[in-house]
Design a protein around this ligand. Structure first.
Ligand code: AMP
Ligand code: GLY
Length: 431
């Protein structure tokens, strides 16, 4: 192994982390790659290890044992719990924001206050505590404008946002939020927000606390059903770039949203370091922030990293050394589309353990990233709600979508479900 090579520990085990592991594996700077917990996809590019993240000392012990030089954190929960602060204290280089900076995702109230303070365009809002839910209802009744958006303040895995179309629905939802045990911790505070009309898209930024670069943009499909119907999910597919983000809008996003966010976090003495996911609504009054996330999106990461020509590890190392000003981002000219193959029933109950066939038949126009899969008796089986991601590329969005679906059709497992309309909004805009 090259003595300049970096041994890396990647935290996470979804499709996002498989795509990160795949991209890291192309780096000349990579030594050994460990992923925890990983999945059968990440094990193609490195070694999966099972570490108990509830004790961060398990991470530092492993780092010492294996001579790890960089820890990369995929999902939000460990960041919001302070894993970066712990590793920083141990002088272990880590790519991801501190607990305070991760509050941009961890607390919607914090994010809204921050945006108001720094004049960053977003929906109007009011905040109520769990005891004041009656006041929240009175506030909404007085406003009498529907739809209205209710959001649990804390992390709720995509299950803490409710769009209410009437007073009746608002009452039902408020009652549900109050009583639901899974939401009780996230909903100690409740954000009531103006509904924004428009098309959603997201922009992904890498920041070293001072310098930031847009990596790329994408559009996710959060609902389970075709035509954006049914329950919210973690994301059923994505494509990139999103035509709704014209050059003019992207300039506006940079000047009115990204720059003030990075500068604002510096002024708050919580410089933002890592990947910043800016979820946007493109309204008729310009782009506004729907949410910040403190990490790559899943499945957006799976369409963005194949477009990135830079060495990801080199970029991440430059960020940890505050040298992002030396770097510029190179993106290829292709479109990418990702279809999530899910287990029938997701995001509610679903069966696991179904044998998957056809992964080896994918042609060179597409990639497969594992999400909820497991290896059993030498076979790959389903092991989660979102099971696999197929990512096709092409010189046009139409071709990228075509390459994705023709490869999706080669894969099968019992009760496999996927959306048939990923990219439809983009195609409509380009037609
Ligand atoms: P969030 O977790 O804040 O991103 O919200 C989840 C989803 O709810 C978003 O992706 C939007 O589709 C929708 N949403 C959230 N806030 C608003 C809003 N103020 N106006 C319209 N839609 C919203
Ligand atoms: N795909 C949405 C997210 O990662 O939050």
């Amino acid at each position: 192994m090259d003595s300049d090579a970096y041994n890396v520990l990647l935290i996470g085990g979804g499709g996002r982390e498989h795509s990160i592991a795949w991209k890291l594996s192309q780096s000349e700077k990579l030594g050994s790659l460990y992923t925890t917990p990983g999945n059968p996809g990440t094990s193609i590019h490195g070694i999966n290890v099972q570490l108990d993240l509830s004790e961060f000392s398990n991470i530092s012990d492993f780092v010492e044992e294996k001579g790890i030089e960089l820890v990369i954190v995929g999902p939000e929960a460990p960041l919001v719990d302070g894993i970066a602060d712990y590793l920083n204290e141990q002088k272990i280089p880590v790519f991801g924001p501190t607990k305070k900076a991760a509050m941009l995702e961890g607390s919607k109230e914090f994010a809204k206050e921050f945006m108001t303070k720094y004049n960053i365009p977003t929906a109007d809002y009011a905040v109520f505590s769990a005891q004041d839910y009656d006041d929240a209802l009175k506030f909404i009744q007085l406003k009498d404008t529907y739809p209205i958006v209710l959001k649990a303040d804390g992390l709720a895995g995509g299950k803490g946002v409710f769009i209410c179309h009437s007073e009746e629905e608002t009452k039902d939802r408020l009652l549900y939020i109050k009583k639901d045990k899974n939401l009780s911790s996230a909903a100690k505070r409740l954000v009531v927000e103006e509904f924004m009309e428009g098309e959603e898209a997201s922009v992904f930024v890498i920041s070293d606390g001072h310098t930031s670069h847009i990596i790329h943009n994408a559009q996710d499909h959060k609902r389970i059903g075709d035509g954006d119907t049914g329950l919210n999910t973690g994301g059923m597919g994505a494509y990139s770039p999103a035509p709704v983000l014209t050059e003019e809008i992207l300039d506006q996003v940079k000047q009115e949203i990204i720059e003030p966010t990075i500068t604002g976090m510096q002024l708050e003495e919580t410089p933002y370091f890592g990947i910043l996911y800016v979820g946007l609504m493109i309204t008729e009054n310009g782009p506004k922030v729907v949410e910040y996330n403190c990490r790559f999106g899943d499945p957006e990461c799976q369409v963005i990293l194949p477009s990135l020509e830079n060495d990801l590890l080199d970029l991440m190392i430059a960020a940890t050394e505050q040298r992002l000003d030396e770097k510029s981002i190179q993106i290829d000219n292709n479109y990418r589309c990702c279809i999530v193959l899910a287990s029938q029933g997701y995001p509610l109950d679903y069966e696991k353990g179904k044998k998957i066939t056809g992964i080896g038949d994918i042609d060179s126009s597409a990639l497969v990233f594992h999400a909820g899969t497991a290896e059993k008796d030498g076979e790959i089986v389903s092991n989660g709600g979102r099971v696999l991601n197929v990512v096709g590329s092409g010189t046009s969005l139409e071709k990228a979508i075509y390459h994705t679906y023709t490869n999706v059709e080669k894969i099968s497992f019992e009760n496999c479900y996927y959306r048939k309309d990923i990219g439809h909004k983009g195609l409509k805009r380009l037609s």
